[in-house]
Design a protein around this ligand. Sequence first.
Ligand SMILES: *Cc1c(COP(=O)(O)O)cnc(C)c1O
Length: 385
Amino acid sequence: MNDMSKAPVIARPIPFIDLQAQRRRLGGAIEEAMERVLAHGQFIMGPEVAEFEAKMAAFCGAPHVISCANGTDALKLALRAHGVGAGDAVIVPGFSFSASAEAVVIVGAAPVFCDVLEDSFNIDPASVARAAAAARRAGLRPKAVMTVDLFGLPADYPAIEAVAASEGLIVVSDAAQSFGATLNGVDVGNFGAITATSFFPSKPLGAYGDGGCLFTADAEVASLLRSLRQHGEGKDRYDNVRIGVNSRLDSLQAAVLLAKLSIFAEEIEQRQRIAARYNEALADVVEVPRVTNSARSVWAQYTIKLANRDKVQASLKAAGVPTAVYYPRSLHQQPAYLDFPEADGGLPVAESLSRRVLSLPFHPYLDAATQDYIVGKLRAAIAAP
Ligand SMILES: *Cc1c(COP(=O)(O)O)cnc(C)c1O
């Protein structure tokens, strides 16, 4: 008998995010919820949509929750609801998904890229002031800063709100990856002027298709958002008081999300345990993600930093361990965004991170045997000459 015969059997291929494990756990709940929508037939703005908005508000304590078609639309609606448009600059971290900057351009404003912090991957408050200066020199009005809670960890809101106040900026929170996280005991959905999240299937709370929502404490902004998402409606759908868009959450997706929201708090706990297990098993050989005591990440990704990232990623692939690079290029270096300004001093941290980051398989149902296998292969890949 060799050593391999004693190794526990693990399911192959190893999924990067295992959505089927969650579906098995929910039993028939999702199918039943979808059946109910098929039976009542209110596919657009059915009762599930309002129920889901109410449960989301109860989950995070945000006074108003407005669902929409996807996270990118949520960002666009957030900017429009706060009057961001032509001639305005929105400061966006370069180390993010492209939708953060795309939403700014689509509403007619200009993204101005700022740098992030090495430890948290999140926006560097000092770089926000340098970006505002660059925006003014380019003839733009700095109007907002878009924080991104990257990989599920809330940005440093107290520090960002301080710089936003001194620069006269609105804080728009891109919480596409962080719904369910907390900072200083406060839930995501309650930071900045407005928060946007996404229900893309692989996000911590994901639908079986596209979806998104907005959180605000401002009743006027909330009613403006409800109008904007449905063709600028006034007292009803055939009273058009402004130019809006069509951006609604499908009843079917709301039904799926209601089933998933019922186990989300427990899944967040499971995510903490799995992240802690990775940290313990890897901290002596690699730079593991650091989370301060004041924050609870929702671990949308578990991301390590490696000097020889590409080589390690290739050996893991050969061993059947899927990994991902979020993000291989900072937004200020993407062809589509080259013409937009960047913070004085550039974005050295974002550029360096894009060469070193590697995200490991992570989801609430990652079993110990599979995680041990991943850890073993990663340690071997790092030790290899
Ligand atoms: C996923 C994501 C978005 C966009 O969400 P969609 O629902 O896919 O439109 C925006 N910003 C960040 C940081 C994201 O991760």
